[in-house]
Write a protein that binds this ligand. Structure first.
Ligand code: ATP
Ligand code: MG
Length: 233
């Protein structure tokens, strides 16, 4: 059994300077997201969106400020616990040599994932057709770095990985960048239903994904420059 998480996320006056970099990637950034809220994080290339995601996941420590989950400083969480609560789809997917199953349950304390959860993750992510048509099913080999899969399929594996533990928070960094239009539309429908009661933060350059959110936050040069309801930003 795991502790119940409401799904509130907050960044309080957060700054981050990467090692050996002169400029700060995030500058005194504050952002508060309520449980169950659906938010799009927009901003141009290099504005700091992915960096903010990585801080929320505890992958980097801020140079100043703090991040919290349900009001608790994320440093209080064990990294594996944090990954159980926050399903994360990174912008750059990296798979390892092994089966699809191994790649989906990898990382983030997914031990003891049962077949039902695995198949549900395949449904949501769009991997089901691949799994159903392959003689080895979910045990199909993905090859070195997942090279036996297409780019869109690799991205779907990352999505399956993010939802397989049924986390309360979803942090998706360009989750449909490798999808064709029809796949993206179908995924949006499944995600909207799946994430209905969850906190959803989606980073995207694709306006079509804005259908999923009610709030837009715009980041520029490491700062929040706009934040409000979708129809007003
Ligand atoms: P994109 O839309 O292209 O994905 P982004 O908003 O996600 O951009 P980030 O990846 O957060 O941008 O990068 C913000 C800034 O931090 C950029 O100036 C980038 O060069 C820098 N940066 C990102 N990662 C690193 C790193 N590991 N080391 C040094 N600098 C980094
Ligand atoms: Mg990015």
């Amino acid at each position: 059994s795991r502790p119940v998480v409401q799904g509130a996320l907050e960044a309080k006056r957060v700054s981050l300077r990467y090692p050996d970099e002169e400029r700060e990637a995030l500058r005194d950034l504050s952002l508060s997201i309520q449980p169950g809220e659906k938010v799009a994080l927009l901003g141009r290339v290099g504005s700091g969106k992915s960096t903010l995601n990585k801080l929320l996941l505890g992958l980097y420590q801020p140079t100043a400020g703090a991040l919290s989950l349900d009001g608790v400083d994320i440093r209080q969480f064990d990294p594996l616990e944090l990954r159980r609560h926050i399903g994360y789809v990174p912008q750059d997917v990296d798979l390892f040599f092994g089966s699809l199953r191994e790649n989906i349950v990898a990382g983030g304390g997914s031990e003891g994932v049962d077949d039902e959860a695995l198949l549900k993750a395949c449904e949501i992510s769009g991997l089901a057709p691949l799994v159903n048509s392959h003689p080895q099913g979910v045990d199909l080999p993905v090859g070195e770095h997942g090279q036996r899969l297409s780019g869109g399929q690799r991205q779907a594996v990352a999505i399956a990985r993010a939802v397989v533990n049924d986390p309360q928070i979803l942090l998706l960094d360009e989750p449909t960048s490798a999808m064709d239009h029809a796949s993206e539309e179908a995924f949006k429908k499944r995600l909207a239903e799946y994430a209905e009661a969850k906190t959803l933060v989606v980073v995207t350059h694709r306006t079509s994904l804005l259908a999923l959110v009610e709030r837009i936050v715009v980041i520029d040069a490491g700062k929040v420059v706009a934040d409000g309801p979708k129809d007003k930003v």
